[in-house]
Design a binder for this molecule. Sequence first.
Ligand SMILES: C[S@@+](CC[C@H](N)C(=O)[O-])C[C@H]1O[C@@H](n2cnc3c(N)ncnc32)[C@H](O)[C@@H]1O
Length: 251
Amino acid sequence: MKQTFDTEEAIKRWNKFADIYASKHFEQGDLHKEIFLNPTLFTLMGKIEKKNVLDAGCGEGYLSRLISKEGAVVTAVDYSPRMLEIAKSRTENEQMIEYKHGNLEHLNIFEDKCFDIIISNMVVQDLENYESAFQEMYRLLEDGGNLIFSILHPCFVTPGSGWEKTENGEKLYWKVDKYFYEGVYEQALGDEEKMLFFHRTLTTYINTLIKTGFTIESIVEPKPSNKMLEKYPSFEEDYRCADFIVFKLKK
Ligand SMILES: C[S@@+](CC[C@H](N)C(=O)[O-])C[C@H]1O[C@@H](n2cnc3c(N)ncnc32)[C@H](O)[C@@H]1O
């Protein structure tokens, strides 16, 4: 039987992978989140005390917990029931994070204009129908509200990208392939389960966001700070090419 690579299949895989994924996430998430994404996301969010924030695709919930510690009122949504179970089990009662089960592509569980900020960390490349997810996020934001989302950098992380190495394993250069091949591809995370990713070009992302009605306020290609390099020197190699890109948009 031919396999269908769609949202339901993608979520089935995330659900199966949830326990392994969560076992690699701690207070600051994993190393990539600590070094690259958290400093960028919190700088872009600014002061969030008392703001209504939606964590869209919360996973095991480390970011919801960090945002809640900053005094925001946090709602967190994910389509994987197991991820939500783990997120709830990792949340202290007094943190008051409201967890919801839902598909980002159809968020009719929420009313229009109910959030000041939507944050979506490393999720949009997992969505088959990212256009409808952007439309839903736009609908849920207050006028003037911000969507901040991070994804794998679509110019460098493509189907077929990876380090080209010598026989001894020395990294020669990062190879990019199939940039204009938009669509679904399978990617193993470590030695584990193969996940489904949906590749789109940078142009497609930017034009879709503009068509949805968003204004681009800022784009960041995160790299390790000097402080982070002192703590984790091996991440110097991330000055060779960008793994992530983060967008801040305004409704
Ligand atoms: C790479 S993980 C990121 C999790 C979390 N944001 C973090 O930074 O640790 C991707 C998450 O997106 C969720 N996800 C994928 N497709 C989704 C969809 N259509 N609707 C809601 N959540 C989805 C997965 O279940 C998974 O928890």
